[in-house]
Design a protein around this ligand. Structure first.
Ligand code: MBD
Ligand code: FE
Length: 247
């Protein structure tokens, strides 16, 4: 703790010296940091601008699937269903239907028939249940048990591109720095199986203008899906296999 804290503080001191930070700037920083807390945006701030490096250093050893950051909107213990299943959604849920399916295997190719796929994502308006008013508790969230061949098949809808909140302290930083607030449309997953490392990932859609400049730096080429038109003409189907590393 002493070493990490000392080095973080030294990094800040170095920036202050290098740029001759004034008292006006120091006071603005102090006010802004306090506002991050008052706006409840520490989880957002950390997951957008810091988590990707933590993810990187902690998963570099993996031979299986690439993962990426969890982000601020995961809720554990979502309702469990046996695959194939439809994720919890409103009767009039907006958005193009998406059938998300694939197989969970170990690095050696063996099928993981006791795997679980947790899925959560924003709705077609960019809102996450439990983080926006007026949505059913588990809307577009669920835990799916794979079948005997390790396969999962989940009926959901396409998520919308996502703009991180612009009305709070993080938005103020983005405006002041002349950045943008966008993340590409994405599905969040956690894939688990006995005796395997938990995989936390996000999956993206080809052609999204923000795949190349995600504000959260969380896109990797291996995580971009290849959706096809559904054979019955309703929406998209996408196949994506997960490969987990044994512990
Ligand atoms: C999100 O939906 C998200 O996944 C991340 C990492 C940050 C903000 C909003
Ligand atoms: Fe997200």
């Amino acid at each position: 703790m002493s070493q990490l804290a000392t080095e973080v503080l030294e990094a800040i001191h170095e920036v202050i010296r290098k740029h001759h930070v004034t008292y006006a700037e120091y006071d603005a920083l102090k006010k802004w940091l306090i506002q991050v807390g008052e706006d409840g945006e520490w989880p957002l701030f950390l997951d957008v601008w810091v988590e990707h490096v933590v993810e990187d250093v902690n998963t570099a050893h993996r031979k299986g699937n690439k993962g990426t950051i969890e982000g601020p909107y995961y809720v554990p213990d979502s309702p469990v269903q046996q695959s194939p299943a439809k994720i919890d959604q409103r009767d009039d849920e907006k958005g193009e239907p998406l059938q998300f399916q694939g197989q969970v295997r170990s690095v050696d190719g063996s099928v993981l028939k006791d795997a679980k796929v947790e899925l959560w994502h924003a709705d077609a308006d960019g809102y996450y249940s439990q983080y926006a008013p007026g949505l059913p508790e588990w809307n577009l969230r669920g835990t799916f048990e794979v079948d005997d061949e390790g396969r999962y098949q989940i009926g959901t809808v396409l998520p919308a591109p996502y703009q991180i909140p612009t009305d709070g302290a993080c938005g103020k930083l983005i405006a002041a720095a002349d950045w943008h607030a966008w993340r590409p449309a994405h599905l969040h997953v956690k894939v688990s199986a006995p005796d395997h490392e938990l995989l936390t990932a996000q999956l993206y859609f080809p052609g999204d203008p923000h795949n190349d400049d995600d504000i959260a730096s969380a896109v990797k080429p291996e995580l971009v899906l290849d959706p096809k038109d559904a054979s019955d003409g309703a929406g998209k189907v996408v196949d994506y296999d997960f490969v987990l590393d044994p512990v």
